[in-house]
Design a protein around this ligand. Sequence first.
Ligand SMILES: [Zn+2]
Length: 420
Amino acid sequence: MPALTNQRINGIRLWDTLMEIAQIGGTPKGGVKRITLTETDKRGRQVFRSWCEAVGLQVRYDSMGNMFARREGRDPSRAPVLFGSHLDSQPTGGKFDGALGVIAGLEVMRTLHDLDIITDAPLELVNWTDEEGTRFGRAMMGSGVWAGLLKEADIKALKDEDGVTVGEALASIGYEGTTPAAPFPADSLFELHIEQGPILEAEETQIGIVTGAQAQIWYEAIVTGQDSHAGTTPPVARKDALLTAARIIELVNATMREQGDTNIADPGRGTVGRLYVVPNSPNVIPGEVRLTVDFRNPSNARIAEIAETFPLKAEAIAAANGCKLTLRPVFRVPAQPFDPDCVDLVRQAVQKLGFSAREMVSGAGHDAVHTATIIPTAMIFTPCKDGLSHNEEESISPEEAEAGAQVLFEAIVARANRPL
Ligand SMILES: [Zn+2]
């Protein structure tokens, strides 16, 4: 195989197709509402399927509705190189979260078709079911079942607010395939995604070479104090669960900032995103507060350190405020490194194309983080305006989309043609 030169994806066609899919579930504010397993999702899937078939791809879907569009390679004994992302969105989502990876993958397939290039390994473009988790409360469910990390029966029994199960919703849009959602022999997976954070834009960098995903630990906490009268209970007699919770929130924030809080690329995340106050009455000192705590860090050692020190410090705060703290770890995942060879193909593609790039870890969860547990995986990030995502104003430029898709093209072709 001669060195690949002048094989360029069509940036205008890529952009036009991104704008076209964005109309399916398009909102007046310019965003997208294409919630998983709805009629809108179905329309998106149908048009995606027709685009795939127009360039000769064989489209199939498994029992979780994950779609695979296959292009045969020269060597039938080789396992396919997978690439893709997700076409579902948040209720007030943007045009590019997920769609960029799928439509850029389609553009790769179209370019190969136009240039009559057959790769050694087959290629499969993937649209994973329900990455967002917005309807059934479980994110990345399609890739999670496929990778064997989630049980299909459990996931299919999950209900939305109207009591509709995942299984019923899949059947109702006609995307419950007969092939089990389970890993088949696959060579690797590449996912292009918007960064959903501010680093690339702030550093005026075109491409993020993603080396892995962060470690995470989540807690559910209950602070127990004592309900009492706002007008009669003196300071010394108060057991204020909300004040205690506020001080624990400060601790979460301070813990996050320990590794630096001046540079945009400083690691460490710590968030309290949910708070229930009981009895939640204006003139009662709250006797109970329930809250969630979410810590993330690229370093497993740092998460281990937080797991050791945070509970002790939080309990000390509760005790000092006359309250009791129950802290339950509900979720913990180690950092998930991506495959060094696949990451290196992304690095080589960036160098060959002359793009500016930085290595980074993914702050968010992605389908690729699931596949990385069983097959060689890598991700490519492109900048997004103001780091904004899960928002109707999410925005990228045509040039940014084109650069990301071109890197995806190079990495996939190199991987599919590598000598075994
Ligand atoms: Zn996404």
